[in-house]
Write a protein that binds this ligand. Structure first.
Ligand code: MN
Length: 317
């Protein structure tokens, strides 16, 4: 990703903050005093007066505020991305890649979803222009908008594991790691079949397990994707195919959450927090255990907490 760093005086920093205040975003990171997000550049202002511009328009936007400086202050930029997993080949970000990612595994309500997306090298620029980046950096609304564009532009597979199935296999003793590995393998197979006879230069899986563990989980599958498979954490930031996959997985999750909320007429929350316990208790009292079980990951600690809350509420009546 293109980036520029400049050093500004206090008064220049004030001017810059004033200038971008409409695009201000919250970023709570050490030393950061202000952050803003424009369509093609992210701006981070540090206490030291150093300003970091990241994205396609980094240079253009930075030049508004004076010449970009040379190496001596490059230390202002955050240290390079720390990832675990495979070392990627040079120029990896411009290769033709199938990326895969999942979501929903930490959420009590709603499914686990996995998506895989093939992005050929010619499509990379287009996807960048669509504003595709790490799903954690995008709002839900923005993701809903770009998901359709990704689907139209790229061969993909989206798998939704609803909780009835999830709970059944979980009770059979499958770990979340195994569930995820099976879904990733399946989604990758779908995409490989769709693009055949084309083969991607690489496949990049957003790493949730070490390679050996991953392949142990899927060792009994009929077809196992092995060729040119790479694993890395933070993979959404290493190739746009994984960023696109993270968006499709997230959007599938959000849509399913909406669908469930509509069906039971209660807005179900993401995550696994206290609020989740309370809503779950409410569902227990109004709809019963059977309904709650079909829409949650039943083995989560939230189930017991919700049951306690529900019986306390019942007794208080
Ligand atoms: Mn991931």
């Amino acid at each position: 990703m293109a980036q520029e760093v400049i050093q500004l005086s206090t008064s220049e920093v004030d001017k810059l903050i004033q200038y971008y205040k409409q695009q201000k975003i919250d970023r709570h990171a050490p030393g950061v005093v202000f952050a803003a997000k424009l369509p093609a550049v992210a701006i981070t202002v540090y206490k030291s007066g150093k300003v970091l511009f990241q994205g396609n328009d980094a240079q253009i936007e930075a030049s508004r505020w004076g010449a970009t400086t040379s190496k001596d202050i490059s230390s202002a930029a955050p240290s390079p991305l720390k990832t675990k997993g495979d070392t990627l080949p040079p120029n990896f970000e411009n290769c033709s890649v199938i990326g895969s990612d999942e979501t929903g595994t930490g959420d009590y309500f709603g499914p686990v979803t996995v998506a895989a997306v093939y992005v050929s090298s010619e499509k990379i620029q287009l996807l960048k222009e669509l504003g595709i980046k790490d799903s954690k950096m995008l709002t839900d609304e923005k993701m809903l908008l770009i998901a359709d564009n990704i689907k139209a532009a790229c061969p993909h597979s989206i798998l939704v594991l609803r909780n009835e199935k999830y709970n059944a296999v979980q009770q059979k003793g499958w770990s979340q790691g195994k569930i995820k590995a099976l879904l990733h393998n399946k989604a990758l197979l779908h995409v490989l079949n769709k693009i055949s006879p084309t083969v991607p230069e690489y496949i990049l899986i957003d790493q949730f397990a070490e390679r050996d563990v991953y392949y142990r989980h899927i060792q009994n599958e009929k077809e196992i994707v092995r060729d040119n498979v790479l694993f890395s954490t933070k993979a959404e930031q290493l190739h746009i195919a994984v960023a696109a996959a993270s968006i499709l997985a997230r959007v599938a999750f959000l849509k399913e959450m909406d669908k469930i909320s509509n069906e039971i007429n209660i807005e179900i929350p993401k995550g696994a927090s206290k609020k989740v316990d309370e809503i779950a208790a409410n569902i227990l009292l109004t709809k019963g255990e059977k309904v709650l079980k079909t829409i949650t990951k039943w083995h989560f600690a939230n189930t017991e907490k919700a049951k306690k809350l529900a019986s306390a509420k019942k007794n208080a009546r």
